[in-house]
Write a protein that binds this ligand. Structure first.
Ligand code: NAD
Ligand code: UGA
Length: 459
């Protein structure tokens, strides 16, 4: 099928950057990214590029190059579906918060709405591409909706999961390890391969059946998260035995079968996907009565929750078993560096725990606003909004956030934290001055030489 126009439903962390990179490499294609969220679309269209809804290094330049040339952002979903030969579905698939599968299964209501919207509007043949991360066999449900419209329109479903990581989205999209396309129609697969092939070598484009493609995405995230939980599990043992997790990670990572990446011990993984995708995998396994499989993967989440919890417990214990009324400076709120995304960030849970112990938190993050930090805490529903407001202040200057604090808790590995004047910070803090480095970001001997009581993960 000849593709001239593409529509992407969902202008989020995946839809926006992915379509920008496709547009950059395919100037002959018209690409319209649509969303029901007017504010988000307005932000994508803002002439001030610092106001784009998503912060990703390198993204603003690509948007500047392509926007209103062959890349468009709009809320007119029907018009974009109608004119496009290929439609990507890139909407959110969060963990269900109600009904059957609550807290485990993926909520597919947004996916179904998209399928119904396409079924209603389409007057010509379409290729529908699953870009969102979906439970294995979701394509069957989409097919069933699209193929029961009573018309003679042909719909081909492809699965093309996205593997970008936030903070490096543009580089990941420009130089992917692989592009995965699952489908039943070779012709439809060819149409999508042609688009990627404008910048991705053919050898890196993998063709599979639909179900392998859907399941590979969940599996990749499960394996990645498992590595983080594995290294974090060993970090606890390090703290009790005198072994150092950085040394252990280096030693095992030099085994080419293990490899050095994704072995950074931390406060626990966050982000919108690892937890949701593993919970979904566990739910799917249980629905097939594969209880051992489900238990195996669930342990990755249990370990991660434990890692977040033991970070705050260690902090409280070290501060003489009480943080009540004590100022704790929190550096970083995003779930990792170089993103403004805070979904499932460990910082939220650590802060919540410390608030329960009546600590006074003072937060600084280079890319996350006060409003976002407050709404993340309010969303937990642990206490009233007023109590969250009273317990947490948000500073725009890191030195203010740490002034007169009893302890610093480092939650995100932002590079700028390493460049601070730590001598000045020490002078301005209460003594003894504690650092709890949840990212093993700072130099332990340097911090000790300044006078800090320095605690890192796994050392
Ligand atoms: P997001 O929440 O940032 O964006 C989703 C967007 O879809 C929102 O703006 C929402 O308003 C819009 N939307 C929802 N229903 C809609 C509808 N019916 N019509 C039009 N717009 C609608 O989510 P995201 O982070 O971009 O993730 C999207 C999918 O991609 C998820 O399945 C996720 O698991 C997967 N994924 C995410 C990442 C990542 O790094 N964030 C990476 C790979 C895969
Ligand atoms: C992850 C995957 O890496 C992407 O391939 C995938 O496309 C994406 O999920 C998704 O499906 O959403 P992302 O969550 O954006 O990407 O970021 P990661 O770099 O994977 O980090 C996830 C969390 O793990 C972060 O909190 C990070 O700090 C933590 N992490 C990562 C560690 O604690 N240690 C590590 O060694 C690596």
């Amino acid at each position: 099928m000849k593709i001239t126009k593409i529509c992407c439903i969902g202008a989020g962390y995946v839809g926006g950057p992915t379509m920008a990179v496709i547009a950059k490499n395919n100037p002959h294609l018209k690409i319209t990214v649509v969303d029901i969220n007017q504010d988000r679309i307005d932000a994508w269209n803002d002439s001030d590029l610092s106001k784009l809804p998503i912060y990703e290094p390198g993204l603003a330049d690509i948007v500047k190059e392509t926007r209103n040339k062959n890349l468009f952002f709009s809320t007119n979903i029907d018009a974009a579906i109608d004119e496009s030969e290929m439609i990507f579905i890139s909407v959110n698939t969060p963990t269900k918060t109600y009904g059957k599968g609550k807290g485990m299964a993926s909520d597919l209501k947004y996916i179904e709405l998209c399928a119904r919207n396409i079924a209603e509007v389409a007057k010509t043949d379409k290729i529908v591409v699953e870009k969102s991360t979906l439970p294995v066999r979701t394509a069957e449900a989409i097919k069933s909706i699209l193929h029961n419209t009573g018309s003679d329109i042909n719909f081909h479903i492809l699965s093309n999961p996205e593997f970008l990581a936030e903070g490096t989205a543009v580089q990941d999209l420009l130089h992917p390890d692989r592009v995965l396309i699952g489908g039943e129609s070779e012709a439809a697969i060819d149409s999508l391969v042609k688009i990627y092939n404008t910048w991705v070598p053919e050898a890196k484009i993998l063709r599979t059946n639909l179900w392998s493609s859907e399941l590979s995405k969940l599996t990749a995230n499960a394996f990645l998260a498992q590595r983080v939980s594995s290294i974090n599990a060993i970090s606890e043992l390090c703290e009790l035995t005198g072994a150092n997790i950085n040394e252990v990670a280096k030693a095992i990572g030099m085994d080419s079968r293990i490899g050095p990446k994704f072995l950074q011990a931390s406060i626990g993984f966050g982000g919108s996907c690892f937890q949701k995708d593993i919970l979904n995998l566990v739910y799917i396994a249980r629905s097939y009565n594969l209880n051992e499989v489900a238990d195996y993967w669930e342990q990755v989440i249990i370990m991660n929750d434990h890692q977040k919890r033991r970070f705050s417990e260690r902090l409280i214990k070290t501060l003489y078993d009480t943080v009540s009324g004590k100022k704790i400076g929190v550096l970083g709120w995003a779930f990792k560096k170089d993103t403004n995304d805070t979904r499932e960030s460990a910082a939220i849970y650590v802060t919540d725990h410390l608030l329960n112990e009546q600590a006074l938190l003072s937060v600084y993050d280079p890319k996350v606003s006060r409003v976002k930090i407050q709404s993340d805490l309010n969303y937990l529903n642990t206490r009233s909004e007023q109590e969250n407001n009273d317990g947490v202040t948000v500073e725009t200057c890191p030195y203010e956030a740490l002034k007169n604090a009893h302890a610093v808790a480092i939650m995100t590995e932002w590079d700028e934290f390493k460049t601070y004047d730590w001598k000045k910070i020490y002078t301005d803090m209460k003594k003894p001055a504690f650092i709890f480095d949840g990212r093993n970001l700072l130099d332990k001997s340097e911090m000790k030489a300044i006078g800090f009581d320095y605690y890192a993960i796994g050392q």
